[in-house]
Design a protein around this ligand. Sequence first.
Ligand code: AMP
Length: 291
Amino acid sequence: MFFTKYFSIAEMKAWSLDQRQKGKTIGFVPTMGALHEGHLSLVRIARQHSDTVVVSIFVNPLQFAPHEDLDRYPKTLEKDVELLKKEGVAVVFIPKASEMYSPHFQTVVEVTELSKHLCGNSRPGHFRGVATVVLKLFQIVNPHIAIFGDKDFQQRLVIARLVKDLGLEIKILAGPIVREADGLAMSSRNQYLSLDERKRACVLYEALTKALTMFQSGERNSARIIMKVSEMIDKVSPTHVDYMKICDAETLEEVWSIQKKAILAVAVYFNKTRLIDNVILSHPERSEGSV
Ligand code: AMP
């Protein structure tokens, strides 16, 4: 059984209810499309943990600021559907923006503290848009589990918090970052990069790997790690370094000395393309898997 964009919200809800009545568990992977191996890895995790998998493709206007790339966000719908078919996905849910947001739409949800840091600081309102659309999608798809990638680590924390705070009966699972052969984290936005920018962008992974090595060799001083990472990234002359921070991996508060699980997160512009990446700095024995 395979359904695509033809599902209305009402039909999607009815399908999920039917699956639940049949005793099937539903795994859900929300995406914005232009799919790559990173997305597909989440689908595989969903398949391992549920009877049937729903993937949504929705470029959510609510999470883009007016100057951002909403209009030029890559769209490869037919290819996406083919890829998902091969992965055994049961439903590809592709709602229309007009169906998700009526002209009088005015209700939003906000995860106040976690949304302040990192990307939330540089993209005000972004996580309000993310939390609102994910909550709406959860209401429609009604999944038992939902999978989010650690590429967007802050997003996963925001959603896990939302689920806890609102008492939703959904288990949030994490998928590790999937990378290109040269280490660049896969992203739908990588296709904006010119050949030259694409080559220079691998420095992010090299710098994060260096940071991890420093941490593993006993370095606990955030400033010294950041200085090294900054030096490496500066060498390829990115257009702008948006942020480069070591934060507590639960609260996302910046930490100056790494005493518990932390995340080194970076956001860098190459021309107009904003790339994000991160690495977890923690003792292996203390590291946690899914939220
Ligand atoms: P997006 O389509 O960019 O909104 O991403 C949809 C989901 O795929 C999110 O949970 C992302 O964190 C995840 N994702 C995107 N890129 C990667 C990647 N390289 N590795 C793992 N997960 C990813």
